[in-house]
Design a protein around this ligand. Structure first.
Ligand code: HEM
Length: 476
């Protein structure tokens, strides 16, 4: 079958170039299992902005250049579905949340809800007080426990609480911490279930029919599926009906007119918000602390800007963004410097398409190597350096926000919220704390494995900038 498929393909056109594979197996042996973005970048240097490999007859197209990604953008819906990933999808249940939902009517309903409620700064405005409130609580926690080991947990709690507030109107008091834990667990499962090559069933979907007794991974899937279900149902049950203004309460307006299927869609759209929003933003903010340790001059300049514009009168707010161009550029550079999703989320081709004279057959998996695009030395000279000036002095370098959120109809629908949350946390932290290098060797910036990639843990010293800073945190 693979042979016949390949013969047909030869008649229709040629796949993009790439490493030559073995008969039948294709490039199974060439595929990296760690830091894939680095190997893919090497292939890009050798084969160009669009290259491809084949795994047991399955074409995988890798985009290494922004121009290739933009070219795909022009093809409308042609590359807008997701590949079938039986482990994370059918078995663990993520194919019902937006991130793995196939392109189609349901996808459009989910995206419309996102656009209506958090898609633009104007509509997002209704939720900004909640983001500010949670950010103040984060500062208090950081003041109480500024240890380096606690920072990542503080950030996860911050981003988890922001999303729970916005999505369900849930105020994360101590007794509701369980929601944060529940959803963190489900996010960890998503990362493990979508790890490339981790589950053979993703390559051979027929394995879905093997009974569980012979397939221990099915037991894992069952446990993870329970966690997904809990993530969807528990906060919804808690919040439905009683919540103040929230994503869910807005979607449930005119509830009496909603069918069972509509309610199902509300639940799963809401959990998509959580699945996509909490871990990504936490990873980005953790990288901010690392960047400040490694680039103290940037920290000093940003603090000088905040001091000169706001002084010690109050904490920075969302509305200060225009007056704080250097801090805003720190946020932009953060989104470039640390790739939260180094390989984005894979797309799949809905139909045969021709791209730059290459055939992209229906069903091809498309991987955008966002890490490479954001670290391309032509676009961003000295890409490992954290330099907000890139976007302030002419000639300005390309805005990385046109890259880091993915592309086409699957572009991240939470990008406005992501930027607003990151800006507030960065600006208020810089206003009140100094982040410094700890004794010992300088930490190194490394992306950990995962669809959502956190920086490798590092040591640092965080302390309040002044007595006034402590007072400011106490006052909010
Ligand atoms: C620093 C923060 C963030 C980054 C870097 C980021 C990046 C991305 C990327 C690269 C994708 C894949 C796009 C594609 O397939 O081409 C994505 C998808 C998605 N993001 Fe984000 N994201 C962030 C924050 C958020 C937030 C705050 C939310 C929700 C409130 C969110 C919700 C989603 C969802 C639901 C999807 C799936 C969209 C779909 O499949 O149609 N993200 N994000």
């Amino acid at each position: 079958l693979i042979l016949i498929q390949q013969l047909f393909r030869k008649q229709r056109g040629r796949l993009p170039p790439g490493p030559s594979g073995l008969p039948f197996m294709g490039n199974v042996l060439d595929m990296p299992s760690v830091t894939e973005w680095l190997t893919f970048a090497e292939w890009g240097a050798k084969w160009g902005g669009i290259c491809s490999v084949t795994l047991l007859g399955q074409p995988i197209v890798i985009l290494n250049s922004v121009s290739a990604m933009e070219e795909m953008d022009t093809k409308g819906a042609a590359f807008s579905t997701r590949p079938r990933l039986p482990m994370a999808g059918e078995l663990v249940g993520y194919d019902q949340t937006l991130v793995l939902l196939p392109y189609g009517p349901k996808f459009r309903i989910f995206r419309r809800s996102f656009a209506k409620l958090i898609g633009t700064p104007a509509v997002l405005g209704q939720f900004i007080p909640a983001v500010e409130n949670e950010t103040h609580l984060f500062l208090k926690r950081l003041l109480l426990n500024p240890n380096a080991e606690a920072i990542s947990a503080h950030l996860r709690r911050l981003t988890g609480a922001i999303i729970l507030r916005i999505t369900y109107g849930i105020d994360v008091q101590e007794e509701q911490e369980s929601f944060v834990t529940l959803i963190e667990k489900a996010n960890d499962n998503f990362n493990a279930a979508t790890a490339p090559g981790a589950f053979l069933v993703d390559v051979f979907p027929a394995m879905l029919h093997i009974p569980e007794i012979l397939a221990p991974w099915k037991r894992t899937a069952r446990i993870w599926a329970r966690a997904t279900k809990n993530m969807v149902e528990a906060p919804y049950l808690f919040a439905a009906g009683t919540a103040p203004i929230s994503f869910v309460s807005r979607l449930l307006e005119n509830e009496e007119k909603l069918s069972e299927e509509d309610i199902h869609d509300v639940k799963y759209t809401a959990s998509s918000l959580y699945g996509g929003g909490a871990d990504t933003t936490a990873a980005s903010l953790y990288a901010f602390f690392l960047a400040m340790v490694l680039f103290p001059d940037v920290q000093r300049k940003a603090q000088e800007e905040i001091d000169s514009i706001i002084g010690g009168a109050r904490l920075p707010q969302s509305t200060d963004r225009e007056q704080l161009p250097y801090v805003a550029a720190v946020v932009t550079e953060l989104l470039r410097w640390h790739s939260v999703a180094p390989l984005g989320v894979p797309h799949a081709a809905l139909e045969d398409a021709i791209l730059n004279d290459h055939l992209i057959p229906k069903g091809s998996i498309i991987i955008a190597n966002l890490w490479n695009m954001l670290h391309d030395a032509q676009t961003y000279p000295d890409p490992a350096s954290f330099r907000p000036e890139r976007y302030l002095t002419t000639p300005k370098q390309r805005d990385p926000r046109t890259i880091c959120f993915g592309f086409g109809r699957r572009i991240c629908p939470g990008r406005e919220l992501a930027e607003a949350s990151v800006f507030l946390c960065v600006a208020t932290t810089l206003a009140t704390f100094d982040i410094e290098r700890a004794a010992g060797p300088l930490p190194v910036h490394e992306n950990l494995q995962g669809t959502i990639s956190h920086p490798k843990p590092f040591d640092c010293v965080v302390k309040p900038r002044s007595e006034r800073a402590v007072e400011l945190i106490g006052e909010v």
